[in-house]
Design a protein around this ligand. Structure first.
Ligand code: GNR
Ligand code: NI
Length: 167
């Protein structure tokens, strides 16, 4: 097991569109385990492979209260969206920034597990929000891109200042 470094916005590698996973091997399982460890340590409720600079369509999440329900989605696809949810989001790649984002309230998702077996779920609540946030990462999109240009500029300045102070 290993903790993986998380890319920080506006790192251009966060904009890379991830490619489908084609090989369901031990390496994929190890990556998912390392991503889960990294997510729990952060701590966060989800993590997309893009955020650890692996540009393959894989995400992990755990939206349970007691962090006992790890879910892994390989090659996730949103089949349908319903309703609207407006809520505050954060991102491990945009530390310390919380902003309101509009998403679908419910989604139907098809994905594969680590063995390549397909499954479908109906998601709502935090699971639906987190899945949309993570699938956006796989498509090279960070939640701040839904905000105004002015807010994006302010967020970049704030993160640059954080990085300066940390160095
Ligand atoms: O830990 C996280 N919390 C969160 C809260 C509201 C909406 C989305 C998220 S996902 C985020 C972890 C992360 O950055 N995943 O990409
Ligand atoms: Ni994120």
């Amino acid at each position: 097991m290993a903790l993986l470094p998380i890319l920080r916005y506006p790192d251009p590698r966060l904009s890379i569109v991830a490619k489908p996973v084609e090989t369901f091997d031990e390496e994929l399982a190890r990556l998912a385990a390392d991503m889960a460890e990294t997510m729990y340590a952060a701590p966060g409720i989800g993590l997309a492979a893009t955020q650890v600079n692996v540009h393959r369509r894989l995400l992990v999440l755990d939206v349970s209260e007691d962090k006992s329900a790890l879910q892994v989605f390989v090659n996730p696809e949103i089949l349908g969206r319903e309703g609207e949810h407006v809520g505050e989001e954060g991102c491990l790649s945009v530390p310390g920034i919380y902003e309101t984002v509009r998403r679908a309230a419910r989604i139907r998702v098809r994905a594969q597990d680590l063995r390549g077996n397909p499954f479908e779920i109906e998601a709502e609540g935090l699971l639906a929000i987190c899945l949309q946030h993570e699938i956006d990462h796989l498509d090279g999109k960070v939640f701040v891109e839904y905000l105004s240009r002015l807010k994006q500029t302010r967020i970049k300045a704030k993160l640059a200042k954080q990085a300066r102070l940390a160095a």
